[in-house]
Write a protein that binds this ligand. Structure first.
Ligand code: ADP
Length: 426
């Protein structure tokens, strides 16, 4: 186990979908495997799009494409995470804000580092000595990759961009299998004929794993003269494009070899951000646009909002808690779970746990109203208290069972919440 990682496996409580495969044990799955899968899937289902960046071999610009892709998405207003799982050559720690950064962990796992608004996590930050990975045997590497993927606390993201280990061996295989439902892969190659073999392998690899191919990027495609802007093809050209066409995969475009791309990396700067006026940055942005469109498509597919839906767009449900479940005596609970819900999508979108204030008659309704609650689901509650909540604009549901907040909110949204007697002994 990676030092500092949480030892316990969380059960999935991130949504209300009872039919979700995460909540069902698979045939022959051990307790441990089931718990690990639940933990991983409950983390990953909060990420709307997962894109892996692959290459047949190292040194072709895979990390450069991954970093610039993630940054382009972030600059377009998306919530983005960047995950560097390249066990042998983690290069992302050289990004600004990451050099010298140390990983912090909380009870649930490792916290990604915030780099200019983007969440970044690199295996390199965890390895005290990156050379150690070289001597790790296969199963050990796979174990580290799995543990790492399971233990990063991303929370809600629009995109997670994953910089995979190069090649088509066990390491990228583990990454794709563990992450599971990927939106697709971007395959990076160089223009020489020799790379054709590698790019073919990468495409076949994705097809065998059922990972959709978002497209091929040909990097270092010609040298762009920093003085006159003319492109000279030093290496033979076009291999990435012709293989993509040959194998029926979208060709995303060619990035020239540009001294400022290398300079940006050496200075620990993200090229598309800090060299935005360079024409190569425009080329990169155009290459990334089909990946950005993944999200735009999602947005277009959402139902058109009416004024009423907009008003209802955010709901905050307060649940008095004791020992992780609803406390039957709301006035004496230990804490409140504040569950944010999208009532149109009928989805839980967040949770905040707050310590309950000291017991004082009449204090809770304004205290919860101040924290944005507009509904309280409680076990028992007297008539007077119910009236005080209503005065604060907080609706009240009483007689709910001592269940987890996610379960209660899920049932409430599905219209299946069973309420019993309003047992209140206060
Ligand atoms: P990989 O992840 O495939 O090993 P990197 O992204 O680390 O490759 O790139 C290898 C080196 O090539 C880095 O020093 C990087 O700055 C440089 N590089 C990548 N793409 C370009 C480019 N288009 N022009 C100039 N240098 C580049």
């Amino acid at each position: 186990m990676i030092e500092g990682a949480s030892a316990g496996a969380d059960s999935c409580g991130s949504c209300s979908d009872r039919d979700c495969s995460t909540s069902q044990r698979k045939d022959g799955e051990s307790d441990r495997d089931f718990q690990e899968r639940q933990k991983l899937e409950s983390r990953l289902c909060r990420i709307r799009h997962k894109v892996v960046v692959l290459s047949g071999k190292g040194g072709v610009g895979k990390s450069t494409v991954a970093v610039n892709l993630a940054t382009t998405l972030m600059l377009s207003g998306k919530k983005v995470g960047l995950l560097d799982v390249d066990i042998h050559g983690p290069s992302i720690p050289t990004m600004p804000g990451l050099d010298g950064a140390t990983i912090k962990s909380c009870e649930e796992g490792f916290l990604p580092v915030d780099v200019g608004g983007m969440k970044v996590m690199s295996l390199g930050l965890l390895l005290r000595n990156p050379d150690d990975a070289v001597i790790w045997r296969g199963p050990m590497k796979m174990g580290v990759i799995k543990q790492f993927l399971m233990d990063v606390v991303w929370e809600d993201l629009d995109y997670l961009v994953i910089d995979s280990p190069p090649g088509t061996g066990d390491e990228p295989l583990s990454v794709c299998q563990i992450i599971g439902q990927l939106d697709g892969a971007v395959v990076v190659t160089t223009p020489q004929k020799l790379s054709a073999v590698d790019v073919r392998k990468s495409i076949t690899f994705c097809r065998q794993l059922n990972v959709p191919l978002l497209g091929v990027v040909e990097n270092m495609s010609g040298f762009i003269c920093p003085k006159c802007g003319e492109v000279t093809h030093i290496l033979s050209s076009g291999a990435g494009k012709s293989i993509a066409e040959d194998m029926g995969v979208p060709f995303l475009g060619s990035i020239p070899m540009d001294s400022e791309v290398a300079e940006a990396a050496d200075k620990g700067r993200v090229f598309v951000r800090h060299y935005a006026s360079n024409p190569t940055a425009g080329i990169m942005a155009a290459i990334m646009s089909p990946i950005l469109a993944l999200d735009e498509k999602d947005v277009l597919e959402k139902p058109v909002e009416t004024g009423i839906e907009k008003e209802d767009k955010h709901m905050r449900i307060a649940i008095p808690m004791a020992k992780g479940k609803l406390s039957m005596h709301f006035g004496h609970c230990e804490q409140f779970a504040l569950i944010d819900v999208d009532p149109v999508e009928k989805k839980i979108i967040g949770r905040e746990d707050v310590e309950a204030p000291p017991h004082q008659p009449g204090l809770l309704p304004p205290w919860l109203a101040e924290r944005g609650a507009n509904l309280i689901i409680a076990g028992g509650m007297g008539q007077r208290a119910q009236g005080l909540f209503t005065e604060q604009g907080i609706d009240v549901v009483v007689g709910a069972p001592p269940e987890t907040p996610e379960r209660l909110v899920g049932d409430y949204m599905a219209g299946t919440l069973r309420t019993g007697d309003n047992i209140c002994d206060h």
